[in-house]
Design a binder for this molecule. Structure first.
Ligand code: MOS
Length: 718
């Protein structure tokens, strides 16, 4: 099969901007507070809405004392009824949010909105509401027996049971991971304003083209009449892929009252009423021969979600291609529970799936007496074993080698060595994440004054989109970055794939690349040369040994072009994935069971790196969430009614500075010609995919205790 015909164009470019660790152009606005996040965009005459939550797990809302609350000072209205009663479905598809009835499906579900002149009045009103229900018995815990078995996410090959019987070494164990909250810094908020039948909403969203359709569908209006503004997003981590209840509520209230309405969720409401990552139960079986070569892999997952929700955590997404082994069994079950809607959170699938698999691989290494890095090396497949197709490029071995060298794996401290009260140990794990791209377009305008404007409805969720789109345009058009302006986060701009699933940079970036390519062709024509021989640098067009300022070439009129990328056929011919390797050293206190991470290293490959600094930051963020997954993060549901007990950042323990030692990251040189014209793959989520396992494996090295149920809290180590 031939590689796609993408010239290695960016490698031949001369501006020298792309790939550098250029600072974010939006950085100063963010750190000085002038960047307007959703709730900062104060609109004249706006009212405030506060949502009211259901206090039962399942049943029907029979009565709400709206009149009494409407009599409170400042309260304008208590909005309730059919269109307020359910969380819009999460998900990346173009689906209608579930709207509907007075039926309550989980504790914490929004059931009404109190709107008042001032926020405090609305909050007081919301706290004063009395609700009467008819209650039904709820299923608040996942149940393997009654779980659904969907057609998707199941596969098998060969005979796993026979492979397990024949194996020289094997692992057969159950691993569990708890639910997680996305924990974006900026809570979900929306300000809605109607002008006639045109709606403008300032909201915190990841994927505007889908979000517009979801909102229009919820409201029963034409998507053409809906505009969403999301120029800055204070983190999404999946919770803003779909619209959340406050956005629908603000739009409905603004329509009902004829005035702009702002609705901001409290942190507790974010936990309860947006979404969660499903807890998982993973039965993993590994069979290996005497040399540690896998002959069988079984990975069967149980996850949960609300009745009727399509999404289910794709736990086994990377299992079919990560390692060799001819006998395979991939299974998936969904238990329907009365808990907050489950959706995509920080690398859905691999974050928890690769983590459990990599703990199991460590168990296999121990059982076989093989060095854990070596065990992985022996099991790297030549082709994608699940679908028998080649990899577009494969960097797991390179990442293992680079990471082992950078960490000093060969000379690591002896596992279990005691230093005072502390036991030291080291562990490692592989990283992998599928690579995706989505239909995306952008418009680029080159102005006669030698500045360029990049426009797309793409979002920057803290990932660095403003920086990389600037760099791509600057590189392609031969402009200093200060002469390029990037406009994002307005649904009226050309539609992009949005930010999610690590496809944002690849998709939106390629559309900017293609728009710039068309502008270059236009310039080449004007210069009378072939585009391949045209050099654009520092605002000059250089062709045939003649340099002319771009302003002169443009002769007073701007050049504009749109670029659009789509999946294309080539992406199905190959398996595209990113790879990496994690290494950690921990110390576990022999008296208290406390684990302190001493150091952690990650080596990653994701094709061309577009910005060395923001790519590294993405990896640091992923590794930090890996620390949380290994040691502290856990949604705790009350066994009686399923409500989330630890619904704030004081009780839901994300790693803080004191938990995170100096982390090191190496980004490996790679070009993936199959991925896109930039030969770059998505890196956003790679840093969490398996990260927790290196810490759990290090804990085993230090203590001999194998933790299979995350997080590895103190009680599990005593
Ligand atoms: Mo991501 S969890 O697909 O924003």
């Amino acid at each position: 099969m031939d590689e796609p015909d993408h010239r290695n164009r960016l490698d031949a470019m001369v501006q020298g901007v792309l790939g550098t660790g250029m600072d974010r152009p939006d950085g100063p606005e963010k750190v000085t507070g002038s960047a307007t996040y959703a709730h900062d965009g104060q609109v004249a005459g706006m009212l405030h809405g506060v949502m009211v939550r259901a206090t039962i797990a399942k049943g029907r809302l029979e009565h709400i004392d709206a009149q009494a609350v409407e009599a409170l000072p400042g309260v304008r209205a208590v909005l309730h009824g059919d269109r307020f009663l359910r969380n819009p479905a999460q998900g990346t598809a173009n689906e209608a949010p579930v709207q509907g009835s007075r039926d309550i499906a989980y504790l914490g579900q929004p059931v009404a909105l109190v709107v008042a002149d001032r926020f405090e009045q609305a909050r007081h009103g919301a706290q004063s509401v009395t609700l009467r229900y008819s209650e039904e018995s709820a299923s608040v815990a996942p149940d393997a027996e009654t779980a659904e078995v969907p057609d998707k996410k199941q596969s098998s090959a060969g005979d796993l049971a026979a492979a397990m019987d024949r194996a020289a070494f094997c692992v057969d164990a159950v691993y569990t991971t708890p639910g997680h909250n996305s924990a974006a810094m900026e809570p979900h908020a929306a300000i809605a304003a109607w002008e006639g039948d045109l709606l403008t909403v300032r909201a915190s969203c990841q994927m505007l083209k889908y979000n517009v359709n979801e909102l229009a569908d919820a409201l029963g209006v034409d998507p053409e009449h809906v505009r969403i503004l999301s120029p800055f997003v204070g983190g999404g981590f999946g919770s803003k892929l779909g619209i959340s209840p406050e956005t629908v509520a603000a739009a409905l209230a603004a329509r009902a009252l004829g005035q702009p309405v702002a609705v901001a969720l409290s942190r507790q409401q974010v936990f309860e009423a947006t979404m969660r990552r499903s807890e998982t139960r993973q039965h993993i079986r590994l069979a290996a021969d005497a040399e540690g070569r896998l002959t069988g892999i079984g990975h069967e997952a149980l996850v949960s979600n609300l009745e009727g929700e399509d999404f289910s955590e794709p736990v086994t997404q990377a299992t079919p291609f990560l390692y060799r082994g001819e006998n395979r069994l991939i299974g998936h079950r969904i238990s329907r529970v009365n808990r907050t809607c489950a959706g995509s959170v920080r690398a859905p699938g691999e974050a928890v799936g690769v983590t459990a698999l990599e703990i199991a691989m460590d168990e296999l290494a121990t059982a076989a007496g093989i060095d854990p890095v070596d065990l992985r090396r022996r099991n790297i497949p030549e082709r994608d074993p699940g679908e028998d197709r080649p990899f577009s490029s494969h960097m797991l071995r390179a990442a293992l080698d680079d990471g082992a060298a950078a960490f000093g794996w060969e000379n690591r401290p002896q596992g279990g060595a005691r230093q005072g009260d502390w036991l030291a140990g080291c562990g490692m794990s592989s990283a992998s994440r599928v690579n995706m791209i989505g239909k995306s377009s952008a418009r680029v305008t080159l102005h006669p004054d030698g500045t360029a404007l990049v426009e797309t409805d793409m979002t920057d969720i803290g990932t660095g989109t403003y920086a990389i789109l600037n760099q791509i345009a600057a590189e392609m058009l031969g402009l200093p970055p200060a002469r390029v302006k990037v406009r994002l986060g307005d649904s009226d701009l050309p539609k992009s794939a949005g930010s999610g699933g690590s496809w944002g940079a690849s998709s939106a970036g390629s559309s900017v690349f293609l728009a710039c390519e068309r502008i270059r062709q236009d310039i080449a024509e004007r210069c009378g040369c072939d585009e391949g021989t045209l050099t654009l640098k520092d605002g000059m067009a250089i062709a045939d040994n003649r340099a002319r300022p771009l302003a002169q070439v443009l002769a007073g009129a701007p050049l504009q072009a749109e670029g659009e990328i789509d999946k294309g056929k080539t992406s199905e011919a190959v398996r595209q994935a990113t790879f990496g390797a994690f290494f950690a050293e921990v110390a576990v206190n022999a008296v208290t069971g406390e684990t302190r991470l001493r150091r952690m290293h990650g080596s990653f490959a994701a094709g061309r790196i577009l910005n060395a600094k923001t790519a590294r930051s993405q990896c640091l963020g992923g590794m930090t969430f890996g620390i949380g997954m290994a040691l502290t993060e856990e949604l705790i549901h009350d066994p009686r009614d399923g409500h989330i007990v630890n619904h704030d950042l004081a009780e839901y323990h994300l790693p803080v500075n004191a938990d995170v030692p100096q982390l090191s990251v190496n980004l490996l040189e790679e070009r993936d010609p199959w991925a896109n014209p930039m030969q770059a793959k998505g890196i956003g989520e790679l840093g969490i995919c398996g990260a927790g396992a290196c810490i759990v494996n290090a804990i085993h090295d230090a203590t001999g205790i194998r933790v299979r149920h995350l997080p590895a809290t103190l009680d599990k180590l005593l």
